[in-house]
Design a binder for this molecule. Structure first.
Ligand code: ADP
Ligand code: MG
Length: 698
């Protein structure tokens, strides 16, 4: 292996590998399935399976797995070896089309939110030919969808593929109206920027909170944090550089277009951005990226933290979902064009997004809701929980001109009339302001910035694709029946701007005044926590939209709401239990022991010099003793709150109780513990501090 281009994608059964190993006929029919979604017959599947196996075995693979994304948020795999016995006692390596297409993992312990219980006992996995198979270790991984026997989706890929289909269908209707007869599909693409922290494995192992929950539950503010902004884009430390180099190699071998890497705002925080890909592939790649980050970190004596908020008071980690839609011919539909017609089409797609985001603010919020991300949204480092769109001054002025039928300064004609004027090219706003917007237009794509670092990007893109498909469906219905296309189009764009301009906000999204304006004056939603937003998944308008587009069934939605809420509850309960344990068995004893040693030292000094006042020791012992009492009392209270959770009737009630009682009690317990930390000798503190963790990687 020498240059990157030699080994890029070497572990992927990609187009090159297919072309090289399949007959022309088989290749052509597989390509048709991949590009157009046409059905694959078993003869072709057998030939593909054989070629895939030979390719994988030649690269050292011994097993295959259907790789899928259950609702746990991570990926799952069950390995089967290729071996099959021969009569002479030897083995041959076998893999059939049937094994490629369909698998039956014993999936009874994956969350199904009651779906499997209601319908059937097991689930099955089905090959997704639109995402290439790849080799991980000694295993050929086949990307698959995971469904119940009744066809209910038990994973994130199935609804994502459905949402892409819905978007393609509706967008094509619009394109036909604009005279495009050649496009066969419209695809959504995503480039997810991934943030993460690196800490040393040695320190990580000493912190039960990091090990059990992925975030620190205690920890006083370090003397130096991110105040100086000296970490952002700063020089990369040698250990981190070595990690990144290794990570890139691993990702490149898997055909993942890792492109940009840099230090982030917080100390020990970094970012990786790939070049964008089709949403489905980008989702698989992002899941793989997160997995490989952890694996490569371990090789370098590091742990990669993907939690949204590993350190209180320090920036958390998010994921920026750069999203656009394009035809199979490569025309980006969110890019203003060169002709008036293309511009009108661009404005219509832009309006579809504006309407979608306004109508389905709640679904976008729900799509990023986790216990971890709740700590991040609205914490002066990430967008608030209120969703708004940033368009930039230029585009904003264009929309205003259309809405009010007034001249637009950028256009030559006196009045902005669609189908007549050529719009100026919109360059991404060079200013920094739009960094605070949850949903920013950046020239030819939208950047949805509310995703948490550990979220699967599937959820956000399912909702985004579906909501935009719905806007387009409504537009297409109207335009297809219009007598005068151009005036109907003009009126519709005007109406969208009028009806939905409340969602457009070009100011500072981190400002408290904005939250007030957004919620009080504009009537935008502000669901601060997962417990607040998740029940709204089942609101009628949401259920109607998602079911009518065929993205989810009602049962699937209900099961997802329950699983997400259960996940929220379990996550916080584990955190609370970990806090109780650490406070009781590590923090209180450490403070107590230190107080005793200070007292003993005062007594020892007095034994030598009886007239010594020892006021320093006396004062400290007093403070520490009071803190131990406080810690102990608050630990008991937290434990009491945990016990009371059993009284909740269902996941909705339990999550509300967690929001209203458990989380506040956790914050209360943290206060005396963090105060004690800065009063206790470092040598007595039972685990590494924030300063150790954040500045520990060399
Ligand atoms: P930044 O936001 O850090 O300034 P860029 O704007 O260059 O960086 O790109 C951020 C991400 O957006 C990258 O992953 C890039 O591949 C992706 N991206 C660029 N163009 C598109 C597009 N048309 N659709 C989706 N993602 C895109
Ligand atoms: Mg960005």
């Amino acid at each position: 292996m020498s240059t990157v281009s030699d080994y890029f994608g070497s572990l992927v059964f990609d187009d090159r590998a297919m072309r090289a190993s399949l007959s022309a006929d088989v290749y052509a029919s597989l390509r048709k399935t991949i590009d157009e979604g046409s059905e694959l017959d078993i003869g072709v599947a057998n030939a593909v399976a054989e070629a895939m196996k030979n390719w994988a075995v030649a690269k050292g693979a011994t097993h295959f797995t259907h790789w899928f994304q259950p609702l746990t948020g991570i990926t799952a795999e069950k390995h089967d070896s290729f071996i099959s016995p021969s009569p002479d006692g030897s083995v041959i390596m076998e893999f059939s089309g049937k094994e490629l297409i369909k698998g039956e993992p014993d999936a009874s312990s994956f969350p199904s939110g009651g779906l499997r219980a209601t319908f059937e006992a097991r689930g099955y996995t089905a090959w997704d030919p639109t995402s290439y198979a790849f080799i991980k270790g000694k295993t050929l991984c086949i990307p698959t969808a995971f469904c119940s026997y009744g066809g209910h989706a038990l994973d994130k890929k199935t609804p994502l593929l459905r949402s892409m289909e819905a978007l393609s269908k509706q967008a094509l209707r619009i394109l036909r109206l604009f005279g495009n007869d050649t496009a066969k599909r419209v695809v959504s693409s995503v480039g997810p920027e991934q943030e993460y922290f690196l800490v040393t494995k040695e320190m990580y192992d000493k912190r039960p909170d990091l090990r059990f929950t992925g975030r620190t539950l205690f920890g006083a503010k370090p003397p130096k944090g991110q105040e100086l902004d000296d970490h952002y884009f700063g020089v990369i430390k040698p250990t981190v550089a070595a990690f990144m180099e290794d990570l890139n190699d691993e990702l490149w071998k898997l055909g993942i277009l890792a492109k940009t890497e840099h230090n982030e705002v917080a100390p020990a925080q970094h970012e990786l951005a790939p070049i964008y890909a089709t949403t489905n592939v980008a989702t698989d790649h992002n899941q793989l990226t997160m997995e490989i980050m952890q694996k490569v970190a371990a090789k370098h004596g590091l742990v990669c933290l993907l939690h949204e908020k590993p350190f209180a008071g320090v920036n958390g980690s998010g994921k920026h979902n750069n999203w656009s839609i394009a035809t199979d011919g490569g025309q980006n539909l969110l890019s203003p064009g060169d002709t008036p017609y293309e511009n009108a089409q661009f404005l219509l797609f832009l309006c579809a997004v504006i309407k979608a985001v306004d109508d389905y603010q709640d679904l976008l919020r729900i799509a990023v809701a986790t216990a971890g991300n709740d700590h991040r949204l609205g914490a002066n480092e990430a967008p608030p929980a209120v969703i708004s769109i940033f368009l930039g001054d230029e585009l904003n002025a264009v929309l205003e001109a259309i809405e009010t039928d007034t001249p637009y300064k950028g256009a030559e004609k006196t009045q902005m009339k669609l189908g007549v004027d050529v719009l100026p090219k919109f360059n991404r706003d060079a200013t920094d302001r739009n960094r605070t917007s949850p949903f920013a237009f950046t020239g030819n794509k939208f950047e949805f910035r509310m995703l948490g670092s550990s979220n699967s990007i599937a959820c956000a893109n399912i909702m985004l694709n579906a909501a935009v498909a719905e806007s387009l469906r409504i537009y297409a219905d109207r335009l297809e029946s219009a007598d005068d296309f151009e005036s109907a189009l003009h009126e519709m764009i005007k109406k969208t701007i009028k009806d939905h301009k409340r969602i457009i906000f070009n100011g500072n999204g981190y400002d408290d005044a904005w939250i007030e304006e957004a919620t009080q004056k504009r009537g935008l939603l502000n669901y601060r926590t997962t417990a607040d937003c998740m029940p709204h998944l089942m609101d009628k308008k949401n259920v109607d939209m998602l079911t009518s587009l065929g993205v989810f069934s009602v049962d699937e939605l209900r099961s997802r709401r329950d699983i997400m809420l259960e996940n929220y509850c379990k996550t916080v309960v584990i955190e609370a239990n970990t806090m109780v344990d650490m406070a009781r068995t590590q923090i209180a004893p450490a403070v107590e022991a230190y107080a005793a040693s200070v007292a003993a030292s005062a007594a020892a000094k007095r034994a030598v010099v009886p007239e010594l006042a020892c006021s320093y020791e006396a004062g400290l012992v007093k403070k520490l003793s009071a803190l131990v009492d406080d810690i102990s009392g608050k630990t008991d209270e937290l434990e009491g709150a945990l016990l009371k959770l059993h009284e909740a009737g269902d996941a909705v009630e339990e999550s509300a109780a967690i929001r209203d009682t458990l989380l506040p009690k956790m914050s209360e317990l943290r206060v005396p513990c963090d105060t004690a930390e800065v009063l206790t000798a470092k040598s007595c503190w039972p685990f590494p501090t924030y300063a150790d963790l954040l500045f520990g990687v060399k």
